[in-house]
Design a protein around this ligand. Structure first.
Ligand code: GGG
Length: 352
């Protein structure tokens, strides 16, 4: 779905590197956007802060100013990565989870595509994981109590018909635009018959209400079996749609099929705003060494521009990334190379 307006005189892009390697890969994505020149309106970049590191310094993970600037001044944004701690920290809550809700970015679209060694041949892996982005266990309603046998912890898992229907519509739309036009609905409704049952029913009900989607073939799969088949026969998948947690896990797993989490992009999309975001996290183990793979962020920038309707600019970035990966001279260590982040970004920018 395109949000392009022919009338845009400039493109204001919020940059939120956040934590760890986000601070290394988002500047690389910026250089790729700058390189497309007149294929997009002149970009204006606005540096914004958020993240756990910001929280430790200033006591706030997602400043009000960041939210206001995104809402009022930006056409789109790029988010890097965040290092939320595994244990509860008083006053802290994940800024990316919050941003997706505040900006109503209800769809997390994660294409997982391998680069074919021969550009004339199709990619061996070519799928899109469409993850619902606003509810499921990510409503973060957790509590701990003390029961008869000790501590007990509970989390609310919210699935609504509205959110399941709109993510389903987005997934049908994406499937309809692809050659295979095939959608797999992921759930676990044999166990969670009420929550996953509602997700499944809501998505399956869509073609009867929107007949143009009848051109899409629909399959469904239990999430555990989907993971198994993802590794055994990834070619069966075209577009997959899943509740939030399953989609998060499936897309990380699918990244193993294309060499590295460092190459998998995403956008968080709503009806009026889009935010690119690499699927990988903040990687504290390699942060500071300058060896983070910038490809996921650069491809996220391309995906964001594609979502806004700037197809030519997005194609130029993606083609440049494909060439660099195919040539194999500038690869970061996650892809068994020894290149630095800036060398990979420079090689891509030269080819754009
Ligand atoms: N760019 C994705 C990312 O930062 N992933 C790490 C993650 O999911 N952290 C948990 C969180 O804080 O939301």
């Amino acid at each position: 779905r395109s949000m392009a307006t022919a009338a845009r005189k400039s493109l204001t892009i919020g940059l939120i590197p956040a934590d760890g390697i986000g601070k290394e890969v988002i500047p690389a994505a910026r250089t790729a956007i700058e390189a497309v020149g007149s294929d997009i309106p002149p970009p204006k970049f606005v540096d914004l802060v958020a993240g756990f590191e910001h929280f430790t310094r200033k006591g706030v993970a997602l400043p009000e100013e960041t939210i206001e600037v995104l809402k009022n001044d930006c056409d789109c944004a790029l988010f890097g990565s965040v290092s939320s701690p595994s244990k509860k920290v008083a006053g802290y809550s994940s800024p990316i989870v919050a941003l997706r809700k505040i900006l109503d970015l209800y769809a997390n679209i994660r294409p997982v595509v391998s680069v074919s060694p021969d550009p004339s041949k199709p990619s061996a892996v070519d799928m899109i994981v469409v993850r619902e982005n606003t509810e499921c266990l990510y409503v973060k309603q957790e509590q701990q109590t003390v029961g008869e046998h000790g501590r007990e912890a509970r989390a609310t898992r919210l699935i609504t018909e509205r959110a399941s229907t709109r993510i389903g519509q987005m997934a049908f739309e994406l499937a309809l635009a692809r050659p295979r036009k095939h959608l797999t609905v992921i759930h676990k409704s044999n166990v969670l018959s009420i929550t996953d049952g509602l997700f499944r029913e809501s998505v399956r009900a869509i073609p009867a209400k929107e007949p143009r989607f009848e051109a899409v073939t629909v399959a469904e799969q239990l999430v555990d079996s989907a993971v198994y088949r993802l590794f055994r026969e990834p070619q069966i998948y075209d577009v997959m749609v899943a509740p939030n947690l399953y989609g998060d896990i499936l897309s990380d797993a699918a990244a193993a099929l294309v060499g590295s989490l460092g190459v998998v992009p995403s956008v968080n999309a709503g009806d009026s705003f889009v935010m690119g975001e690499p699927v990988h996290g903040s990687a504290p183990d390699i942060y500071g060494q300058g060896i983070a793979n910038p490809v996921a962020s650069i491809r996220s920038a391309a995906l964001m521009l594609r979502h806004l309707g700037y197809t030519q600019a997005a194609d130029r970035i993606d083609n440049a990334v494909d060439s660099v990966l195919r040539e194999g001279q500038f690869l970061t260590p996650d892809l068994n190379g020894s290149a630095k982040t800036v060398q990979v970004a420079d090689a891509i920018v030269k080819r754009i």
